[in-house]
Design a protein around this ligand. Structure first.
Ligand code: GDP
Ligand code: GDP
Length: 458
């Protein structure tokens, strides 16, 4: 369950400011494919350790013409995609005619809308908010996006139905009040057992036209698998159960290959939200890149989302047919240069069109999945911690050495290693990176991000 929150409102009310605060901007995916304007931005944010998606829109004020009209269309599309809408107004200027228009549209929607009066810093928040009750959208939430005031309360409120779901998921973790100590190790073990019995959920991810449909058809054709058409709306990815090398898979088709019904055009077919949801739901993501287009910003954004979600990763550089050696060499150099930071993931050069290299993808997918779900025993990760410490001691902080005592598993897919010690918050990033690399080598993990977390005390 990956909730989607849309930010809408007139230009200049502070949507981008709020977006940046929620997502820390780094991973904004700007959907500037033909037909999608730059004005819809997608970012990943977190509340109480759970991911959600934020969509920022350019703004809408009801007087749009020309390019602005397209912008308005994007706002409406974002509302359509969202589970929750945050309608921002300017708490310093009071209601304007653009607000009326959007309020009316939102009142007709069958989805939760939160009316947010922004820029209430330095003014009386309640007085500023009171003007907006006339919009007929109920409570007004005063915030100051630029300073963060009121933002957490707002999001906790807006996402509370999902928080409820999330805590239902983890009933065994926090429902038992008599037992305050959560046994993370036991939970991790339970998760690992569950993962063992399930098929590998493999999402085929990539921008439009990189060859996802061709690849999926190739995979399905070659495997002569029993394919069930699973019902779903055009909004959802299609889930296709299949088998390969006696392993059960569920292929998550974001390209709509198996979708019934007519799809107007390519761009219509590509939905960022659908892609982000597929990433969240997958165990392994196969990121398809078009060799002929090089590595684009969107490829990097998608990669960022995959890594943020902690998913295992395999890269497929597609359309590798008919390229000269010079071009191939150049592409490989570009990959080294720009994707050096994911050197833990396997890269395959394939031709979905001709089938070249496609069969070998499974080896990497399975390797990535088994790395992501490989049991981490307390004895082993503690031993590795000791070795890492012997090779290179943690630094001194204020005359005392940071102590790292022992480690254990905190979860899988992605593997989480919890390290207990003293003064761990003072541990510099360079030493954290060192530990990360040390663990990656020692545990022989390919194709999955690893999370290392530190706990103070026993
Ligand atoms: P957008 O067009 O809705 O995305 O609005 P922006 O995020 O670009 O903000 C428009 C202007 O309002 C910028 O100059 C921001 O610095 C300012 N702004 C945004 N949030 C706040 C706030 O909480 N307080 C104040 N005083 N100014 C803000
Ligand atoms: P999608 O939008 O990612 O699903 O991309 P498609 O599978 O529809 O492919 C887009 C275009 O690229 C089509 O014209 C395909 O025939 C072409 N294409 C896909 N894979 C290959 C490949 O391996 N080599 C070449 N030369 N063309 C390909």
């Amino acid at each position: 369950m990956l909730p989607v929150v849309a930010l809408v409102g007139r230009p200049n009310v502070g949507k981008s400011t709020l977006f940046n605060r929620l997502t820390h901007t780094r991973d904004a995916l700007v959907a500037d494919y033909p037909g999608l304007t730059r004005d819809r931005k997608y970012g990943q944010a977190q509340l109480s350790g759970h991911n959600y998606i934020v969509i920022d829109t350019g703004g809408i004020d009801g007087k749009e013409q020309g390019i602005d009209l397209e912008m308005a269309r994007q706002s409406l599309a974002a509302i359509d995609e969202a589970d929750v809408v945050l309608f921002l107004v300017d708490g310093r200027t009071g209601v304007s005619s653009g607000d009326d228009m959007l309020a009316e549209h939102l009142r007709r929607q069958d989805k939760p809308v939160f009316l947010v009066a922004n820029k209430t810093d330095g003014v009386d928040a309640l007085v500023a908010a009171s003007d907006f009750y006339s919009l007929g959208l109920g409570d007004v939430y005063p915030i100051a996006a630029a300073h963060g005031r009121g933002v957490n309360q707002l999001l906790s409120q807006a996402l509370s139905p999902f928080l409820q779901d999330w805590s239902d998921d983890n009933e065994h973790t926090d429902s038992d009040i008599d037992e305050p100590v959560i046994d993370e190790e036991a939970l991790a073990e339970k998760q690992a057992q569950e993962l063992e019995d399930l098929p590998i959920k493999l999402a085929i991810i990539g921008r439009p036209n990189v060859g996802k449909s061709t690849l999926i058809n190739r995979i399905l054709g070659e495997d002569r698998v029993v394919v069930y058409d699973m019902p779903g709306t055009t909004r959802d990815s299609v889930y296709i159960p299949m088998q390969r090398n006696e392993r059960d898979y569920v292929l998550i088709d974001t390209a709509g290959v198996r979708r019934r019904g007519k799809i107007a055009d390519k761009v219509e077919k590509f939905s960022v939200i659908q892609t982000l949801k597929a990433i969240e739901d997958a165990n392994v993501c196969l990121l398809v890149i078009d060799a002929r287009m090089g590595i684009s910003d969107q490829d990097l954004s998608l990669l960022g989302f995959i890594l943020n979600a902690g998913r295992a990763l395999v890269l497929a550089v597609n359309k590798w047919d008919g390229l000269t050696q010079d071009v191939k060499d150049e592409i490989k150099r570009e990959l080294d240069r720009r994707l050096g930071f994911i050197d833990f993931a396997n890269v395959h050069f394939i031709s979905a069109l001709h089938g070249t290299g496609v069969g070998h993808l499974y080896e990497s997918v399975e390797a990535a999945y088994s790395s992501a779900t490989k049991r981490i025993s307390t004895a082993l990760v503690t031993r590795i911690l000791e070795m890492a410490r012997e090779d290179h001691q943690p630094p001194m902080v204020k005359g005392r050495r940071v102590k790292l005592r022992y480690a254990h598993a905190g979860g899988y897919n992605p593997p989480r290693i919890i390290i207990h010690g003293n003064q761990v918050s003072a541990l510099p990033d360079s030493y954290k990176r060192y530990l990360m690399n040390y663990y990656r080598k020692a545990l022989e993990m390919t194709g999955t991000p690893i999370r290392i977390e530190f706990r103070e005390g026993e």
